[in-house]
Design a protein around this ligand. Structure first.
Ligand code: NCD
Length: 655
């Protein structure tokens, strides 16, 4: 029998309140034993593997120290770049292999949801030592343990959490835990770095916090001019959002925290910021916490916490203040992690006698039909380990009027599906609230399909729920003439074709690109390299259409080709896929049909035909594939039809 229970700690929510309490009791015992220098051998014969795909000092060393202190052994891959991961080994394979060498895996990984994947593939327990910006549950155990030691309790404490609340994973686990233990949270985010919606939604759904707006605009912060978000678990559980310019004193007295018990300061998570996020909010605009913040009567008793490492947000002058407890927090890492290992031993010893009570959760949705949705979070593990990992979603508890909210099982982020379809009838619908009941029924039947656009639905052969009469606006001859015009425009505009390549957007844009290339070749004798951009299948890939091999983007003039611009969404995604592939010198956009009411600012350089249309109308281009050249004229056509939806356009989401 395994000496450790297969109990994974991926989220702080994987531990019940009683389990956290038990871990703290064990930690107290270990702290006392360590102070006395008592030798321990509870974990003799056990091996812990630490797999760190990201840098770490405290977490890895305190885990390893904890195992050594318990008489166990450690094998470590502190730098996964020196492991087979650098040869392309998947996370699933790495943890399966490692579990043959160790009884326990401690994993740190840059991708959101990585710890969940490891826990599912490893037969031994997996402890999450931080996965992307999602969670860091064992840090939270150290935080709670220290806070309770200092304040004697958790319930009723008021904790201001400051800084990067968007990407700080320690903050997310801490928020779930403080809410559970009945503490008040004052969130003091740096500009643009608020607690993400998926965290607030989870808190609302699982901890029964409800959110209500308070009619005033801003709470100037307790620590100097920052916007604050105030959450309180007092009955009924409520969170109030203050945005505006009101000093603390002016808030209704029942909503003002009389005093703060702790500041939890975090550094700017620079390494997690998106490419387009610039440096807004930092480093110069980032909070700086110094002795001044502890001088007010409301903050006099507050302890200052930080998961460390610190950068500039915490002044060194605080270190000598007895209220600065961040080094104690880091030191607690050893007894707390010893306690966690001891708890896994305990769980294995009494397996069978104590059943773990699992929360009944909404089951994952089985998408039997294509296209399977993919997580919209680019840092989700499913976007990086796609070879074996199928994206998995559950219906999010939140109700929305305009999208079906699906929650990624790995990273917790929400995907709002704007269009839903029924696989058997092959009909699709713009989502609206009244379709909830149907969507649930289709989930049960396994016939729900979701689409992010009408185009995607149609590419997969789905028809709108009801469509009005269809009218042809271009026949085969007209399509052929428009292609000639486009090719002529291109040749005139690009006299030197040597550095030009074409990228057609799957599927009709790709057919069109091949056709334009033929026309250009017939006139100039230059055969342009051609690739297809597949943004519909979710692969976001640029695939060469000629001989297999590389398609060169770098430094070239790329002519991106699509059949019709409806909202501009597809072109935007194709552009993003292209940029991932390389930096072109310039990109020109050629479309057969441009509709003029684009939702994104994209303007085609070459247009076959302009067709202004209303939103409730669809233009559909049908082109015969290249191999059916002979039949081309009879099959090529552009039609327009009106969408007859079950209800009118959905109302906009409030706010
Ligand atoms: C944190 C982490 O890695 O998420 N550090 C830690 O584990 N003590 C916080 C951070 O890096 O800012």
């Amino acid at each position: 029998m395994a000496r450790l229970a297969k109990c994974d700690v991926v989220s702080i929510e994987d531990l019940t309140t009683a389990e956290v309490e038990r871990i703290f009791v064990l930690a107290d015992g270990f702290a006392a034993a360590l102070a006395k220098g008592e030798p321990l051998d509870l974990a003799r014969g056990l091996i812990m593997a630490t797999l760190f795909y990201e840098p770490s000092t405290r977490t890895r060393l305190s885990f390893e120290s904890a195992m050594h202190r318990l008489g166990g052994s450690v094998i470590s891959s502190a730098d996964m770049h020196a492991s087979s991961a650098s040869k392309g080994e998947s996370l699933a394979d790495t943890v399966r292999v490692t579990s043959a060498y160790a009884d326990l895996i401690v994993l740190r990984h840059p991708h959101d949801g990585a710890a969940r994947v490891a826990a599912e593939y490893a037969p031994c327990p997996v402890l999450n030592a931080g996965d992307g910006s999602r969670e860091h549950p064992t840090q939270t155990l150290c935080d709670l343990y220290t806070l309770r030691k200092k304040k004697g309790r958790l319930a009723g404490l008021t904790v201001a959490i400051c800084g990067d609340l968007k990407y700080g994973r320690t903050v997310h686990s801490l928020i779930y835990a403080l809410a559970r233990f009945g503490a008040n949270i004052v969130a003091v985010p740096n500009r643009g770095l608020n607690v993400p919606d998926y965290v607030l939604d989870r808190l609302a759904a699982e901890r029964s916090y409800t959110f209500s707006m308070v009619g005033m605009d801003e709470l100037k912060s307790l620590a100097g001019g920052l916007d604050a978000l105030y959450l309180t678990p007092s009955a009924p559980h409520q969170m109030a959002l203050f945005t505006g310019g009101l000093p603390l004193e002016k808030l209704p007295s029942e909503q003002v925290p009389a005093a703060l018990d702790a500041f939890y300061v975090t550094r700017l998570q620079r390494e997690r910021r998106g490419e387009n996020e610039g440096d807004a909010g930092g480093p110069s605009g980032y909070i700086r916490f110094d002795a001044q913040a502890l001088k007010s009567s409301r903050t006099h008793e507050a302890v200052v916490m930080h998961p460390l490492p610190r950068t500039d947000e915490l002044a060194y002058e605080l270190d000598s203040d007895p209220r600065a407890v961040y080094f104690e927090q880091a030191a607690a890492g050893v007894p707390v992690r010893m306690a966690l290992i001891a708890w896994l031993i305990e769980k294995a010893a009494c397996a069978g006698s104590i059943a773990r009570i699992e929360q009944p959760a909404e089951p994952p949705i089985k998408f039997k039909s294509e296209p399977a949705p993919r997580c919209a979070n680019p840092n989700c593990i499913t976007r990086h380990e796609g070879a074996y990992l199928r994206p998995r979603f559950r219906l999010a508890p939140r109700v929305s009027r305009s999208v079906l909210p699906l929650r990624c099982d790995f990273c917790d982020r929400e995907l709002g599906a704007g269009f839903v379809g029924h696989a058997r009838s092959r009909r699709y619908y713009r989502f609206e609230e009244s379709l909830y009941g149907y969507a649930r029924q289709w989930i049960e039947e396994g016939s729900l399909v979701v689409f992010d656009s009408e185009k995607q639905a149609e590419e997969h052969g789905y028809e709108p729920y009801r469509r009005g009469p269809q009218r042809e606006i271009m026949n085969g001859d007209e399509v052929a003439r428009a292609c000639e015009t486009l090719a002529a425009q291109l040749i005139e505009d690009l006299p030197d074709l040597s550095g030009v390549a074409m990228v057609g957007i799957v599927s009709h844009g790709a057919i069109l690109a091949v056709r334009l290339r033929e026309l250009i070749e017939a006139r100039t004798k230059v055969r342009l390299p051609c690739a297809a951009a597949d943004v519909v299948s979710g692969a976001d890939a640029i695939r060469p259409l000629d001989a297999p091999g590389e398609f060169e983007v770098e430094g070239r003039t790329i002519v991106m080709v699509d059949d019709v611009i409806n909202s501009g969404w597809t072109v935007q995604r194709a552009m993003a896929a292209l940029w991932k592939h390389g930096r072109p010198a310039s990109v020109k956009l050629a479309v057969l049909i441009d509709r003029g009411h684009r939702e994104v600012p994209i303007r085609p350089n070459y247009v076959g035909k302009n067709i202004p249309t209303a939103r409730a109308e669809r233009v559909q281009v049908r082109l015969s594939p290249p191999e059916a050249d002979g039949a081309r004229k009879h099959h090529d056509r552009v039609v327009i039809y009106s969408m007859v939806e079950s209800l009118k356009e959905p109302a906009k989401e409030p706010g």
